[in-house]
Design a protein around this ligand. Structure first.
Ligand SMILES: NC(=O)c1ccc[n+]([C@@H]2O[C@H](COP(=O)([O-])OP(=O)(O)OC[C@H]3O[C@@H](n4cnc5c(N)ncnc54)[C@H](OP(=O)(O)O)[C@@H]3O)[C@@H](O)[C@H]2O)c1
Length: 304
């Protein structure tokens, strides 16, 4: 099968090449999926799991891309809950070969049925960003109606879902980003927008929840904005707790029930993803190395 692989962690996306790879093997409770569309984030090439398995052994050549939408073509030993021919979407464990490939082996529990009225490109953009937003807001942040939330990178992959889900929950949403993201963030449901290049973050607040995707200085400057009892949620790196609140850093986990909730919102127009461009598998290495790209996610359409 054709797959994009990486072999050298020092090269970043420049080391991505398209090659012929052996077809994946379905282990117990796995399914094999013919990938129709795949999502990839540049950050994953810095994650240890891209390069080593759970025992720390080198696992290159490694196939990146951990979000997918496609059709089940095979079942592993003992797999239940999904059937051959079924449309599915979801995400592949970090330590396994990913979805920038024609075929991928995935644990069935990491996938959810894909409703007929959601296309594969849209579906491939949902799992990581959607689940990260969902788990951050509702499992780790316990966001409630009437609370105020500061959403960093509100027009980006994760932030766009955080903004929409927080607004749906009935929170007051303050989005941040670059000046050019203002319209998108407001359009997604933010009540206010802070341009991190020109507005003062220090004047924001107090807020009940900060959802941070940046870490570093922005996370540090956000901690004092959290009111007593509030929470600073980070998906970028472990952060120091605000003086009278708590801090949570977490890594997103697969969850079929939550994927179904997200898909239902997409199907009914309550949630949308911001997709900038689609490229083919052949074009993927060049697309991820382009010096500029359209705003929004790049999704790889592996087959039509
Ligand atoms: N822990 C977890 O489980 C988890 C899960 C998902 C994601 N993440 C991490 O979360 C981070 C964000 O992911 P994402 O998918 O949301 O990325 P993304 O789609 O690139 O979104 C980031 C947004 O922030 C904007 N931005 C970047 N630098 C900025 C700056 N200096 N000032 C203002 N705006 C800026 C980007 O704009 P431009 O596009 O114009 O740069 C974009 O709109 C990544 O580091 C990713 O690895 C972690």
């Amino acid at each position: 099968m054709k797959a994009v692989v990486v072999t050298d962690r020092n090269l970043g996306t420049a080391g991505m090449t398209l090659s012929d790879q052996p077809e994946p093997h379905a282990s117990e409770n796995d399914v094999i999926v013919r990938v129709h569309a795949s999502g990839f984030t540049n950050g994953e090439l810095t994650w240890p799991a891209t390069w080593a398995d759970r025992a720390g052994r080198d696992r290159t050549p490694s196939v990146p891309g951990h979000e997918l939408s496609g059709i089940v073509t095979g079942l592993g030993y003992g797999t239940t809950g999904l059937t051959v021919g079924q449309r599915v979407f979801g995400f592949v464990d970090w330590t396994r070969n990913g979805s920038l490939a024609e075929l991928v082996a995935v644990e069935a529990r990491n996938l959810a049925p894909l409703p007929a009225d959601i296309d594969h490109v849209t579906a491939a953009s949902l799992p990581i960003s959607g689940l990260t937003a969902w788990q951050g807001l509702f499992e780790h942040g316990d966001l409630r109606t009437g609370q105020t939330i500061l959403v960093h990178g509100a027009a980006g992959g994760v932030g766009s879902f955080v903004t929409q889900l927080a607004r749906e929950r009935g929170a007051y949403v303050i989005g941040t980003g670059r000046g050019r993201h203002r319209e998108t963030a407001l359009d997604l449901g933010a009540h206010e927008f802070v341009d991190l290049g020109s507005d003062s973050l220090d004047e924001v607040g107090p807020v009940d929840v900060v959802f941070d995707i940046f870490g570093g200085d922005i996370a540090k400057r956000s901690a004092p904005l959290v009111r007593p009892g509030g929470v600073l949620i980070s998906v970028a790196e472990p952060v120091t707790a605000p003086e009278q609140g708590r801090a949570v850093f977490f890594v997103v986990e697969p969850d079929r029930r939550q994927l179904i909730e997200i898909a239902e919102r997409v199907r009914t127009g309550r949630l949308r993803s911001v997709i900038g461009q689609t490229v083919t598998l052949d074009e993927a290495p060049a697309a991820f190395n382009a010096t500029s790209h359209p705003a929004g996610r790049t999704i790889v359409q592996v087959s039509s």
